[in-house]
Design a protein around this ligand. Sequence first.
Ligand SMILES: Cc1cc2nc3c(=O)[nH]c(=O)nc-3n(C[C@H](O)[C@H](O)[C@H](O)COP(=O)(O)OP(=O)(O)OC[C@H]3O[C@@H](n4cnc5c(N)ncnc54)[C@H](O)[C@@H]3O)c2cc1C
Length: 194
Amino acid sequence: MDPHFDWIAVGSGASGLANALWAAHRGLKAIVIEKAPVVGGATAYSYGGLWAPNNMLQRAARINDSDEQGLEYLRFLSGGFAEEEKMRTYVKEASATIKAFAQLGVPFRMIEGLPDHYFPGAPGSLGLGRTLEVAPLPKKALPDSAPALLESPYMPGGVSWSDAIKWGGLKTSSTRRPSMRRVKDWWHGCSSSV
Ligand SMILES: Cc1cc2nc3c(=O)[nH]c(=O)nc-3n(C[C@H](O)[C@H](O)[C@H](O)COP(=O)(O)OP(=O)(O)OC[C@H]3O[C@@H](n4cnc5c(N)ncnc54)[C@H](O)[C@@H]3O)c2cc1C
C-alpha cells in the first residue's frame, strides 16, 4: 500500500469518518487510523442523533424553524455559560453540514416522535424535526473487506432511534419483540427486508 496520504483522520467515530469522507470528496487521498480492533468509537455506542435546527428535512416537511429559534433554545440550555459566537456558529454550520453530507448520499431522516428534550417549556424549543438520524444499512451492503463495526451494548445493530420510539421508548423490553428480532435479522443479513 502506498504510505503517502494527503489527509489522516485519527479515530473512526463520527468526526473521524466524516472528515475523511469530506477530504476524499474534495479529491484528497484520505486514511482513517483507529487504535481499536473495531470501527465506531463512542459514536457506535450512541443512538446516533444529530441535532440540527432549521435543517433541510424540516423545510421539505414544511416544519417551521429558524436559526434564531434554534439559537434561543441553545441559550436557554446553556443557562448563560456558553459563548454566543460558538452557539451561532453551531446553528449555522449544523444545517449546512447536514445538507453537504446529504448531497454525498448520507440518508438522513427525522427521528419521528422525538421533540427537543425541553419541549414545550423551553423558549425556542420545537416538537419535531431537529434531531436527525441516518437510516441503517444492512451489513451485507458493506464490502467483505470492511472492518468489523463495534456493536453497541445499548441497542442491537440495525435498530434505529425511530424504531425504538415507535416501539415504546429506549428503555422498554423491546428486544424481545418480534419486530426487533426482524430488524436484527435484517442487519445481520439473514433476511431481505424489515
Ligand atoms: C450511550 C450514548 C448515547 C449518546 N447519544 C448521543 C446522541 O444521541 N446525540 C449526540 O449528539 N451525542 C450522543 N452521544 C455522544 C456522542 O456519541 C459522542 O459525542 C460522539 O460520538 C463523539 O464522536 P467522536 O468521533 O468525536 O469520538 P468517538 O466516536 O469516540 O471516536 C473516537 C475514536 O478515536 C479512537 N482513538 C482514540 N485515540 C486514538 C489514537 N491515539 N489513535 C487512533 N485512534 C484513536 C477511539 O478508539 C475511537 O474509535 C452519546 C454517547 C453515548 C455513550
